[in-house]
Design a protein around this ligand. Structure first.
Ligand SMILES: [Zn+2]
Ligand SMILES: [Zn+2]
Length: 355
């Protein structure tokens, strides 16, 4: 098998050849058909995230072991299964739930494996999908994609699930007015599609990049906002129906976007922070009290939410976001394009297009 892995943090990915995988116990081996490329993969290659105020979260200090094959948005076909994996249809394409926990603690047993204190996330703690083969601990992480195109289904595992879970955290009362989405990358575009699939009002979308604003309009945004505009707050309020938005999702998670979100948010509004760009909170503490706002984080999503999302996707209700397929051996170049902001929608690696 071949994989594209991190040998040293801060260095380009390297291509490695390894023996074919063999499963034990409940394990399942997939032949990868599509592997989505996410911003988190850039943080992995870099070796950490900027926490702001001069602090940094270093993956090496957090026990992330190298070499590591990144990639957590994976679709593949089962080619081998361990003796305890049970019956699996080997003709199907499955999208993999990558946010695996220990499987044994109370949090995992309640279905929130993504919040387990000893996570085993694919492409972060254990080898992921930038490879021709992928090892999965248990078939419960496999979801049949039906007739969906693998390249379109792969992003459901992160950008789809992350936005779905964030929207669920808003609660029904926050959907009376168009929400404001900040960032029109893979997550922002997916969120526009999901809101349409859920029958919610089309969102207002802010992004600094004109090409991404155009992509947001194309995907169905009600209006787009340039955060650099001098009247940005009144433009947001007027696009959201004449009053400041009660619901804001920040898919960037940078100091500038957190500041914009907080200033734009209505009293008693809810800000859900999803992005991991980096930095520290720029808000004044008394203003949190005076505006009575809710600020919360949302990281990926649960197995139950994933099952629900895949069912919606299989029904055909979610229009796919734009995606560009690159050969697996161009993983490093694809990450560079993403880092330079040159990917509109999602980039997906495919071993099948390997040259
Ligand atoms: Zn991701
Ligand atoms: Zn657990």
């Amino acid at each position: 098998m071949q994989c594209q892995c991190i040998q040293h943090f801060g260095q380009p990915l390297i291509q490695d050849e390894r023996p074919d995988m063999t499963p034990t116990g409940t394990e399942v081996i997939l032949e990868v058909t599509a592997a989505g490329v996410c911003h988190t993969d850039l943080h992995m290659r870099e070796g950490g995230v900027d926490l702001g105020r001069g602090e940094r979260l270093n993956y090496a200090d957090r026990g992330i072991k190298l070499p590591l094959t990144v990639g957590h948005e994976t679709v593949g076909r089962v080619i081998a299964a361990g003796p305890d994996a049970g019956e699996i249809d080997m003709t199907r394409n499955y999208v993999v739930f990558p946010w695996c926990g220990c499987g044994a603690c109370d949090v995992c047993r309640q279905g929130d494996e993504n919040l387990c204190a000893t996570p085993r996330y694919l492409g972060i703690h254990v080898d992921g999908g930038y490879a021709t083969q992928l090892r999965i601990a248990h078939p419960r992480y496999l979801f049949d994609i039906g007739d969906l195109d693998p390249a379109r289904a792969a992003p459901l595992a992160c950008s789809g699930l992350t936005t779905f879970s964030a929207l669920k955290k808003l609660g029904d009362s926050y959907f009376d007015q168009p929400p404001l989405l900040i960032g029109a990358g893979g997550l922002g575009l997916m969120c526009i599609r999901l809101l349409a699939a859920l029958g919610a009002k089309a969102p207002v979308v802010a992004d600094i990049d004109p090409a991404k604003r155009a992509a947001a309009l194309e995907a169905g945004a009600a209006a787009v906002i340039d955060p650099a505009s001098p009247d940005v707050l009144s433009e947001i309020a007027s696009a959201c129906g004449g009053t400041p938005p009660r619901a804001i999702l920040d898919f960037v998670g940078a100091e500038a976007t957190a500041k914009l979100a907080f200033n734009a948010l209505a009293r008693n509004g809810k800000l859900v922070t999803v992005g991991l760009f980096g930095g520290a909170a720029p808000w004044s503490l008394p203003m949190i009290t005076l505006k009575s706002v809710h600020i919360m984080g949302s990281y990926v999503g649960s197995l139950t939410e994933f099952a629900e999302l895949i069912e919606i996707a299989r029904s055909g209700a979610i229009d796919a976001i734009p995606s560009t397929v690159f050969p697996l051996d161009k993983a490093e170049e694809t990450l560079n394009l993403l880092e330079e902001g040159k990917i509109v929608g999602r980039a997906v690696l495919s071993p099948a297009t390997q040259v």
